[in-house]
Design a protein around this ligand. Structure first.
Ligand SMILES: Cc1ncc(C[n+]2csc(CCOP(=O)(O)OP(=O)(O)O)c2C)c(N)n1
Length: 364
């Protein structure tokens, strides 16, 4: 007969006692927040600001065009747009070392690829399933990949990219190449078990990795506070001694400022960092989401008061740029996007023989 084990455990401390633990000298909330708040926004030159502006506008216009092509039936399958989140990828990736550091993300990946400098034509051709696409038209929106650019996807399995990112970081360390991995995931993915297994191993092995939680407020139709017990995502590495940072992901200069601190920490061999980038997606989760779980007013309010592109535009105007200068940039970007769309529409689909390429057959 089973015998009830005698509990030797002390009773659980009250909430108040737990709160006072936060004051204990033994308890450390691992954080780089103080440094981030002290340093603040990145002191960009006007040239750099113009570059960030162009990159964010390229993502916005590209995604708008992708939305149109989807509506016309030229893009099949899933398509998750990055509109609203542009400052995150642009601010972070502007601080990477080209050709050295690696990037991995989920299915909302077009913006990250554009921010990495990958040719818009190759991305649009992939979206439309053409041979000239970066995955030869066989991957589509969620499965783009370019080892040449150290861009390791594009993953449809929520959270999977975090563990794979741990592997990429392990490779950087093993090869002693001085690079690190930037692994993006969403607030919904942040509740997955494999994320915490990766945190543990990354911290234990002191891996060069920056975990980036893009908190856009929703996981499909579930608002953060309905699905997450701890909504301050930057604190979630504390149990693994991974320092966190809480960053305004709608301000590209703040994102870049935070990146400087986080990336230095990792490059100095001090192990992983966890960044929470607070942002917002304007469009539905994917093209098939009518977004009934939030009001139009909520979206409009963010557009009017927090838009990352409008925010930077205001700063540029204060720095002496004119409306005409900025309109000329928009015109140029629209031409790049139109060219990418025309190119993909006139490109051939993959030949039937492509069915047999890039297929892994073998015994291990
Ligand atoms: C393992 C797994 N579970 C569920 C899904 C279905 N799914 C696709 S996206 C998504 C929500 C993820 O939200 P979040 O991580 O916040 O990223 P966001 O879409 O906001 O960028 C879910 C549940 C999936 N693709 N993979």
């Amino acid at each position: 007969m089973a015998r009830a084990a005698k509990s030797t455990k002390k009773p659980a401390p009250s909430r108040a006692a737990q709160d006072s633990n936060a004051q204990d000298l033994d308890f450390v909330l691992h954080s780089l927040q103080e440094e981030h708040e002290k340093t603040g926004r990145y002191g960009a030159s006007v040239e750099e600001m113009l570059h960030f502006y162009e990159q964010m506008l390229l993502i916005r216009r590209f995604e708008e065009k992708a939305g149109q092509l989807y509506g016309l039936g030229l893009i099949g399958g899933f398509c998750h747009l990055y509109i609203g989140q542009e400052a995150v990828a642009v601010g972070l990736q502007s601080a990477l070392t080209d050709g050295l550091d690696s990037v991995i993300t989920g299915y909302r990946d077009h913006g990250h690829m554009l921010a990495y400098g990958i040719d818009p034509k190759a991305i649009m051709a992939e979206l439309t399933g053409r041979q000239a696409g970066i995955s030869h038209g066989k991957g589509g929106s969620m499965h783009m990949f370019s080892s040449e650019h150290k861009f390791y996807g594009g993953h449809g399995i929520v959270g999977a990219q975090v563990s794979l990112g741990g592997g990429l970081a392990m490779a950087h360390k093993y090869r002693e190449d001085g690079g690190f991995c930037l692994a993006y995931f969403g607030d919904g993915a942040a509740n997955q078990g494999q994320v915490y297994e990766t945190f543990n191993m990354a911290s234990l092995w002191n891996l060069p990795i920056v975990f980036v939680i893009e908190n856009n407020g929703y996981a499909m139709g579930t608002a953060v506070k309905r699905g997450s017990a701890e909504t301050e995502f930057h604190r979630r590495g504390t149990a693994f001694r991974i320092p966190g940072m809480d960053v305004n992901g709608m301000d590209v200069l703040e994102v870049r400022g935070a990146a400087e601190i986080a990336f230095k920490h990792v490059r100095d061999g001090k192990g992983p960092v966890l960044m929470e980038l607070n942002t917002y997606r304007y469009r539905g989760h994917s093209m098939s989401d009518p977004a009934k779980y939030r009001t139009r007013e909520e979206v409009q309010d963010v557009r009017e008061h927090k838009d990352p592109i409008e925010g930077l535009k205001k700063l540029l105007l204060e720095q002496g740029q004119t409306e005409e200068d900025l309109k000329a940039i928009d015109k140029r970007i629209r031409a790049v996007v139109t060219e990418a769309a025309d190119f993909s529409e006139s490109s051939p689909e993959p030949a039937p023989a492509e069915l047999y390429t890039d297929v892994l057959v073998g015994e291990y």
